[in-house]
Ligand binder design. Structure first.
Ligand code: SAM
Ligand code: DTB
Ligand code: SF4
Length: 328
């Protein structure tokens, strides 16, 4: 792939910080200008999520209600039947989703589960949906098999800065996350990689997270920016809420630094006002999760999103307009 003239991979923290801290109107104007250069500003891509294996996860991510290390009262489940996953994907497609993202609360997929996982990818793809999976750490071999089944995207977030990572997760390292992302790229699967804000991180952690993403040899095709959903029983249940304008600044910086990526306004929309979401779309977010449940937590109901889209004059983005840029 050849990077276009506006795409950079050599951001310094100082440059990124200066943008992040610019007067709000200057930052949003620049983000919207970059956005319009690459996208129809009134179109938003819609993905739907399904947890195909919930809870009981051996990792200790401080934000997550599915970790076995926290007492959140969530009941762990086994891997879902393939046919049920395909049924759920069909419903999401009729609701307007163009991409289906399936998540499992694993450290990594086990050999005994791979046949079912590959069958889910094949079945969902056969419905005409883009497929995405998030299953934890992958080997090169796992990634190649997923690609062979037709997997379009793999979600694997870096979540925060390298500095703050060890305060959020102790059962794996930031470097292991980057290794899996390399395997995904090498296999020719598109990368979905972003993070969470509102976890008590500093401003420079938000900036550094975006510098890490933007300086990858290829920008992730999808960059989910999640606002922490504080889940009772997790270490972050009482995290100090982030000023919403800092969230908008994070979206704007992601848009400017990764001009051709889909920036997804991800977890946390259920607690956001219409006005805040409108500002995020203006700042360059152009993708959302559709449907009233994320993996385990709530998301706005579809009729609420339809009403918001109508008020803002937004339309769903057809699947083929989402940039496909992997040389496989
Ligand atoms: N287990 C896989 C992994 O960690 O890669 C995939 C599932 S994990 C739930 C996917 C992402 O959801 C996390 O990386 C994090 O960014 C986001 N997430 C999880 N819990 C969240 C919460 N309470 N609030 C906001 N985002 C959350
Ligand atoms: C991502 O960055 N956000 C999604 C998706 N990738 C897998 C997940 C959000 C999870 C929110 C908490 C929950 O539903 O348990
Ligand atoms: Fe497990 Fe993923 Fe939750 Fe971490 S974020 S505890 S890896 S399900």
């Amino acid at each position: 792939m050849s990077a276009d003239a506006g795409e950079r991979h050599d951001w310094t923290r100082a440059e990124a910080e200066a943008l992040y801290r610019a007067p709000f109107n200057d930052l949003l104007f620049q983000a919207q200008t970059v956005h319009r250069r690459h996208f129809d500003p009134n179109q938003v891509q819609m993905s739907s999520l399904l947890s195909v294996k919930t809870g009981g996860c051996p990792e200790d991510c401080a934000y997550c209600g599915q970790s076995a290390h926290h007492n959140t009262g969530l009941k762990a489940s086994k891997l879902m039947e393939v046919q049920r996953v395909i049924e759920e994907a069909r419903k999401a497609k009729s609701a307007g989703a163009t991409r289906y993202c399936m998540g499992a609360a694993w450290k990594n997929p086990k050999e005994r589960d791979l046949d079912s996982i590959l069958a889910m990818v094949e079945g969902v793809k056969a419905l005409g949906l883009e497929t995405c999976m998030t299953l934890g750490k992958l080997t090169q071999h796992d990634a190649a098999r997923l690609r062979g089944a037709g997997l379009d995207y793999y979600n694997h977030n870096i979540d925060t800065s390298e500095r703050y990572y060890s305060e959020i997760v102790t059962t794996r390292t930031f470097g292991e996350r980057l290794d899996t992302l390399d395997h995904v790229r090498e296999a020719g699967i598109k990368v979905c990689c972003g993070g969470i804000v509102g976890m008590g991180e500093r401003e420079d952690d938000r900036v550094d997270m975006l510098v890490t993403l933007a300086n990858m040899p290829q920008h992730p095709e999808s960059v989910p920016i999640n606002l922490l959903i504080p889940i009772p029983g997790t270490p972050l249940e009482g995290a100090e809420p982030l000023d919403p304008l800092e969230f908008v600044r994070t979206i704007a910086l992601a848009r400017i630094m990764m001009p051709r990526s889909m920036v997804r306004l991800s977890a946390g929309r259920a607690s956001m006002s219409d006005e805040l979401q409108a500002l995020c779309f203006f700042a360059g977010a152009n993708s959302i999760f559709l449907g009233c449940t994320l993996l385990t937590a709530g998301n706005p109901a579809e009729d609420k999103d339809r009403a918001l889209f109508s008020k803002l004059g937004l339309a769903p983005m057809p699947a083929e307009q989402a940039p496909a840029r992997v040389d496989a």
